[in-house]
Design a binder for this molecule. Sequence first.
Ligand SMILES: [Zn+2]
Length: 303
Amino acid sequence: MKLFYTDIFVLPLPAGHRFPMEKYARLRERLRACGEFADDDFQTPLAASSDELCLAHDGGYVARVIRGELSADEQRCIGFPWSAAMVERSRRSAGATIAACRTALLDGCAVNLAGGTHHAHAAHGEGFCVFNDAAVAARVLQAEGLVRRVAVVDCDVHQGNGTARICADDARTFTCSLHAAGNFPFVKASSDLDVELPDGTGDAAYLQQLAEAIEQVFRRARPDLVIYLAGADPYHDDRLGRLALTFDGLAARDEMVLAACRQRRVPVAVTMAGGYARRIDDTVSIHSRTVRSAKRIFDRPLD
Ligand SMILES: [Zn+2]
């Protein structure tokens, strides 16, 4: 199973910045060390081109990001200061999701070891998200005629508000978000399917709601491709989470989404999305387990 990764996913941040950027490098180290992946499973993606980004984003916004013309307010809203490396990282991350989608069509499943930047809107970024990799990738594959209908299954603990707004009038892309009702973003967008969970929701209640949501996604969207945002932040010890899933609950969540795609023979591209556990090692363990279960599930023969 192919894993798309670039060193540019690790961006130097100013002192005092609390975004756990090092999780990306540690995730790759963990996956290399586990011995389940070959060296050539780790692939470096191409950066998304401006034309590709503009399929989901406003051309003026894309140009302002690339030329370094974002205002102080726009940079504050994103949460990262502008730098040439920030632009390259954001383009590579969108490129990695495009590559994972293309590869999933051939192999059944592929992974972007970053991505899931679901708060990026058509004409502005927010919440550490510059470009919306899922929306861009869906539009690129649709524009190339490789797929008709795409479903975005967003299990990050925060609502995928950018994806919902970008795809609001787009009947070809179905957006589903399961998130903590009381969490950022405080003004929610309307996805095609929103599942709002109260603070403290644990494994059993979460998995029951997820099972119902998955049924609806496949019935209503009839997707040719699923893009799964496997956020690590519904974890009970996440600093920004508000839900109470355990390691095993998160693993059961991944299994439920990925096995549903596998059983229906729908290709799936997996992205990592958020994860801000008090111990960064916990976030890396959750992401690593997601990737390893994807391999296990897609290596299994179909019955
Ligand atoms: Zn999140």
